[in-house]
Structure formats: structure tokens, C-alpha cells
Design a protein around this ligand. Sequence first.
Ligand code: DCP
Length: 231
Amino acid sequence: MTSPTCKLYKRPFTVCIEGNIGSGKTTFLSHFKQFDNTTVLQEPVELWRNVAGINLLELMYTDPKRYSFLFQSYVQLTMLQLHTYKSAMPYKIMERSVFSARCFIENMKRTKLLEDVEVVVLEDWYDWCIQNANIVTDLIVISYYIYINVVYLRTSPEVVYNRMKTRARKEENSVSLEYLHQLHNIHDEWLYDQTLFNLPAPVLVIDGNKSLEEMVIQFENCKNLIFNKKE
Ligand code: DCP
């Protein structure tokens, strides 16, 4: 019979890359695609753009009062699918997580885009998933084997605003600098000041304001830290 400890050994060491809209998470993921020991899971934006033919991401931005709850519910579901994705690789890198989905919900709560009762329903789902979907249990059960880490790509709102404008994703036309400031502050409260939500894992902060060449150097340092963890 396999002991629970042996089962834990077979789990991939999971890293979630977090940061504001346009902070460079996709570039970070691309860097890790070259390693054949790592499963790279990109955020399912394409799914959000085509829910049975409906672009939910676009609806959320064009009518946030009506569609924020629906959109965030679907985000939670699709993020859970990434968390529970089975992989035989020793490492798994995910773009965002159910944890950072809470940053968006928190902002929508503060700006009253979500009704109080909508927030309660989303948070109840969140709490249930955390307790039952086997996402962070390893951390809690065996504290000296850490199987999940968070990398925070900390980038100033002005920089992400310019990047977002350059990439010109059509749904994001209405995203203002003010909105990016709000999201930045919430990510900071959570991962930098570490005062907002419980931290799911140790956090590594990367300066996302740098040029691509400088970012690659930071990604390499980060890779060495991640790959050395398991040995
Ligand atoms: N989004 C949202 N609520 C979430 C997650 C994402 O409203 N819980 C929105 C914000 C963006 C789009 O989805 O408009 C994708 O955002 P991300 O920051 O997750 O991904 P990016 O592609 O912007 O990341 P990067 O540019 O850092 O690669």
C-alpha cells in the first residue's frame, strides 16, 4: 500500500505567477516552456472569451454591474481546473490562481461592482474549494515539504497601463489607469505588505518594471531557486 507521504512526493512542485494585468506573466511562462521537466499552464483567457460562443470577458468589461459575478464565477471554475490538472512532471507553473482571483473580487467589492450577497457566494465557494479541492493541503499537512510557491511580478501601474495599451486586447479598451492602480494596491496588500488574505505559500517578488533582457536574468535566477527547491 502506498503511504500518504509517497503520494505527496509524486505531486509536482507548483508555482503560481501573480501580478497585475499586463505585468508580464505570459513572458515569465514562455521562459519556462523550454524546460521539459515543467508543465506550463497558461490562464484560460481564451475560454473566458468563448463560453458557448459568448465573450464573457468582454461582457464583464462592457456591463460590469451585470456580468462581474458571472465572470468571476467562471474564472474560479477554470482556475480550479488548472489547480487540479494532473501532470507527471516534477514542476508545474501556473498563471494566476484561485488565490489571485480574490484580488479582483476584493476590488469589485470595494468599488461596489458586486453586491454584498454576490461576494458572500463567491467567497463561500472559494472557502469550500480551498478546504476540499486539495489545493494547498500539502503545505498545511507537511510544512517542511513545500509544494506550492508564489512569484509576484511587481510592476508599476503606469508600466502595465502602457503595456496594455500596446498589446491592445480589444476587451481591455475600457480599463483605466485608476483600475490598474486599484488592482496593484490589492496585489501589494496581499503579496508585498502581506496584510490582506492568508498567504497560500512563500512569496518571491520580482521587479516587473525592467526591460525584457533584464527580466530574463531575473527569470533565470527564479528558475534556479525553483528547480533547486526539490533536490
Ligand atoms: N481578469 C479579471 N478577473 C480575474 C482574472 C483576470 O477580470 N480574476 C481579467 C483582467 C484582464 C484579463 O482578465 O483583462 C487577463 O488578465 P491577467 O492579468 O490575468 O492576464 P494578462 O494577459 O493581462 O497577463 P500578463 O500581461 O501579465 O501576461
